[in-house]
Design a binder for this molecule. Structure first.
Ligand SMILES: *Cc1c(COP(=O)(O)O)cnc(C)c1O
Length: 491
């Protein structure tokens, strides 16, 4: 039941095409198992979105387990094939900050991936999953002394040194625990990439890493510590990157320094970071994994050949490309509102559709101006498509989930909506704005669903508020001075 094609609404952004059918699920945007059943309902993992919403409520994060596992395994296999072709090996680290739960950590370990963490909390999740500490990498520009000590103590595989100060700290922790700690050195290559663009400067004005010029001195300091073992340089040039030009520029800068470092000792690895992009909307055109892997392998191989140095072992740290497309979010429509907007020629109408979540479960549109796609999940409709903006329920006019897309114009309260590609950087960035409890995450597979992380209840939200420790009678007591003192000492 396709909708009739309509003419573009002048309020729509230039990149947004009017869909031939506003019910269609464009391939590449949706978790692999997504389709519609004969009733027009969205199906994921063999389950109807309406049944998932009825069982778990909305907003609801849904992860297609088979898709996530397949993406992890095929990324590793593809990269291994291509780097073996050019004569070296590759290690893949799943960037846990994209989305980490105990079970997801196990999926990644099962697929043969290592895991990057960047806090004591993420470390605790990976350890709770039973992941071998030797397969964890630790990032961050301000790891606490306690975090460094714990990571070294449990035998973490590698720590990325982000500043000169950290060299002493990690060396001291390793000495304390009688270990030799493997470390990488994060450098700022001056290359910053996003979608099709990249910017190359001497070095970026940002908080991560040290400049390439400083690298030889810092590596000498690392090599001078008996409790440290230098693995190689590390660089992460950005996120949501569609091509390989930025990686080529960054790799060539890194390899020149890497070659110099070889004169004074071994440099077994080179870590080129993550950042591989995914499609959020129809017009997004990320590279395929096959293209990425083969071009990156060629870039590294030709760079080393030009310098006349042996190929190091290569490492990558993808997050988004593995888990992002495997997830979607379900929302219920609460209200709709047609808003007349004055245009240069004539007034146009934008249909605001408000859902039961928003910037608490997906802050990316508010934080980065990120674009998303939306479709009806409980039905299809033949009514002409209308330009919609999916708004959240929070007290912020920038609380937008989908800035612009077309939906059948009869979208109404009670409808269920699905927003694809929310597997990465949505739950992990979720928050309690307006005391909205975080939404649950469920995994679906073979027509069964199970909870990965339960949602927050009102009781969860109140549990950490120490006001509950003061009895109602003392709060209203006229001798409030005494009760305040009591409350203070209780804290
Ligand atoms: C965020 C991050 C990644 C992962 O980025 P994606 O865009 O999710 O692939 C990898 N490495 C570092 C150092 C990061 O900060």
């Amino acid at each position: 039941m396709p909708t009739n094609p309509v003419t573009a609404n002048p309020l729509a952004p230039a990149w947004l095409r009017v869909p031939a059918d506003a019910n269609a699920l464009t391939s590449g945007l949706w978790p692999a198992s997504t389709s519609r059943n004969s009733a027009g309902e969205l199906l994921i993992g063999g389950l109807a979105a309406t049944d998932l919403a009825a069982e778990f409520g909305t907003p609801l994060y849904v992860i297609d387990e088979t898709d996530a596992r397949t993406r992890a395994a095929s990324l590793r296999a593809t990269f291994e094939r291509e780097f073996t072709r050019v004569g070296t090996s590759v290690g893949v680290y799943y960037a846990g900050k994209a989305f980490l739960s105990i079970e997801v950590a196990r999926w990644m370990a099962d697929a043969g991936l290592n895991i990057d963490i960047c806090s004591g909390g993420e470390l605790a999740v990976a350890l709770a999953a039973g992941v071998d500490p030797g397969r964890l990498g630790f990032h961050g520009n301000n790891k606490s002394l306690a975090e460094i000590d714990e990571a070294v103590r449990i035998g973490i595989g590698s720590i990325v040194v982000d500043s000169a100060i950290e060299i002493d700290r990690i060396a001291a922790a390793a000495t304390r625990h009688g270990r030799v700690q493997a470390v990488r050195l994060r450098v700022n290559s001056g290359v910053h990439a996003h979608t099709h663009e990249f910017l190359a400067t001497a070095h970026e004005d940002q908080k991560f890493g040290i400049t390439l010029d400083d690298a030889p001195t810092r590596v000498a300091a690392i090599r001078a510590e008996a409790s440290l073992r230098f693995l190689g340089l590390h660089c992460h040039i950005g996120s949501q990157i569609f091509g390989t030009d930025g990686f080529a520029e960054s790799a060539s800068r890194l390899l020149a320094v890497h070659a110099g470092l070889l004169e004074n000792g071994p440099v077994p690895e080179l870590n080129l970071g993550g950042g591989f992009g995914i499609a959020y909307v129809d017009s997004d055109t990320p590279s395929t994994l096959d293209d990425l892997a083969s071009r990156l392998a060629d870039i590294v191989a030709s760079g080393c050949a030009e310098l006349g140095i042996p190929l190091p072992r290569i490492a990558f740290e993808p997050g988004r490309v593995i888990i992002g497309p495997a997830g979607l979010t379900l929302y219920s429509v609460g209200t709709t509102k047609a808003v007349e907007v004055a245009g240069p020629a004539a007034a146009s109408t934008r249909l605001y559709v408000s859902v039961d979540g928003g910037m608490s479960d997906n802050v990316r549109p508010a934080l980065y101006g990120a674009d998303y796609t939306v479709r009806l999940a409980n039905r299809v409709s033949t009514v002409d498509a209308a330009l919609v903006r999916i708004a959240g329920k929070h007290c912020e006019s920038g609380d937008i989930v989908v800035n612009a897309d077309y939906l059948p114009g009869d979208v109404a309260p009670g409808d269920l909506l699905a927003v694809p590609a929310t597997g990465a950087y949505c739950w992990s960035l979720s928050n309690n704005y307006n005391y909205q409890g975080r939404a649950p995450v469920v995994a679906v597979k073979n027509a069964a669903a199970h909870v990965l992380v339960r949602g927050e209840t009102i009781a969860d939200l109140l549990a950490r508020d120490t006001g509950l420790l003061t009895s109602p009678s003392s709060r209203t007591s006229p001798t409030s001075h005494t009760s305040t003192t009591t409350a203070d000492t209780t804290r």
